[in-house]
Design a protein around this ligand. Structure first.
Ligand code: MRU
Length: 372
């Protein structure tokens, strides 16, 4: 099945079959792992076979779709619903920070519970789940293209004097982190397609090197003019080169706009403010968590010390001195006051007043047809 997909496609799915591109092996090897059930999905997410907020959510949903498609189930419709609800709760426990996974799980659980009110057939409950999970895979690409469109338009309309713009991005937010095209990397793809991109700068994104291994791979694949920098070179880059904007993704955006994203994002935002470089977050509305007032309430995943102690983000041999203590948060929170605007598929969210965003108001407005 994998042969028919682009090398940038991390999720390969057809009904009853799911294969995930093992992103730990990129860019040197292209290896797909068969995902047969929710337990395989959980492990693939926890072990970083698949990563990136939207890709995690979709892979989790599809791992369960595959499990129930191949399951010989003889229970009632209520038992089918309860089976799905429990498995989704279990999948959510794989990684805590990205809200897309719990958002997807809640939507699917609500759908299943609604379906069971109208049918006695377990098969129909499963069928409804499978169709909804498959829809997520399809919808995500369109969402990302809309993010790319709005983001590129916004950046292009702010170009003063120069005809092209250089963008700095962090981590991997591209095809590999989504169902295709990407969010922040989608904005870079759209700027490139429109002829407005000078250079895409990508950070290596230690310790797991999502930038040097994955984003660099995508940029080279798409023949986009790009340069890799060490994470610690970002401030110097902003000082000595003209960077038009920093564009990053998000794992969870609180109601006031505070944004959790890959560790190091906060450093970039501080540097951007210092150098008067606009700082954009690009994410689908499924990355927004209106239940959290601010970023202080976001749970930040801490990962194994091995990722810092060993080369290749923990996959290689030990390089750090034995006995050293390690703190390895996978994400940080960038406060809203450092963020210029949030690019979504529904338009660009700006600050009306003060330092915070009125995201709820924006979404209500968008729902009533007034896209920003
Ligand atoms: O630990 P990761 O690789 O899952 O972290 C990924 C990020 O932080 C991305 O920026 C974010 O999930 C957005 S991906 C479109």
């Amino acid at each position: 099945m994998a042969d028919q997909f682009s090398p940038l496609q991390s999720i390969c799915y057809e009904r009853g079959l799911l294969r995930l591109l093992d992103q730990r092996k990129l860019p040197l090897e292209t290896v797909y792992l068969d995902i047969l059930n929710a337990a395989d999905g959980w492990n693939a997410i926890r072990d970083m076979v698949v990563r990136g907020a939207p890709a995690i959510a979709i892979s989790a949903a599809l791992s369960l779709a595959v499990e129930i498609f191949n399951l010989d189930f003889s229970g009632t419709s209520l038992e089918a619903a309860s089976f799905l609800v429990k498995k989704l709760d279990y999948l959510v426990s794989s990684r805590p920070t990205a809200v897309n996974l719990s958002d997807a799980a809640t939507k699917l659980q609500n759908l299943v519970l609604k379906t069971v009110e109208t049918t006695d057939e377990a098969k129909l409950v499963f069928q409804t789940y499978i169709t909804a999970a498959e829809r997520m895979l399809i919808d995500d690409v369109n969402t990302n293209k809309a993010i790319g469109f709005h983001g590129a338009n916004d950046i292009q309309s702010n170009l003063k004097g120069s005809k092209t713009v250089s963008i700095l991005t962090h981590c991997n937010t591209g095809s590999l982190a989504t169902a295709g095209y990407g969010t922040a990397l989608g904005v870079i793809r759209a700027l490139h397609a429109n002829g407005f991109l000078e250079t895409a700068f990508c950070t290596e994104t230690r310790p797991f090197n999502q930038g040097s291994r994955l984003t660099a791979f995508e940029l080279v694949h798409d023949k986009i003019h790009a340069t890799l920098i060490a994470d610690s070179a970002a401030a110097s880059l902003m000082k000595v080169r003209t960077i038009g904007a920093v564009v990053v993704g998000a794992d969870r955006i609180a109601a006031n706009g505070d944004t959790a994203n890959k560790i190091g994002t906060y450093n970039l935002a501080i540097c951007a403010l210092h150098h008067a470089v606009p700082f954009y977050v690009a994410a689908p509305v499924t990355s927004i968590d209106l239940s959290l007032r601010s970023g202080d309430q976001i749970v930040i995943e801490e990962r194994s010390p091995k990722e810092l102690l060993c080369s290749d983000g923990g996959l290689g041999k030990q390089v750090a001195a034995s006995g050293i203590g390690v703190w390895n948060p996978a994400f940080d929170v960038t406060p809203a006051y450092l963020i210029t605007a949030i690019i979504t598929e529904k338009g660009v969210i700006r600050k009306a007043l003060a330092d915070d965003f009125d995201i709820k108001g924006f979404l209500q407005n968008a729902a009533s047809g007034n896209e920003g």
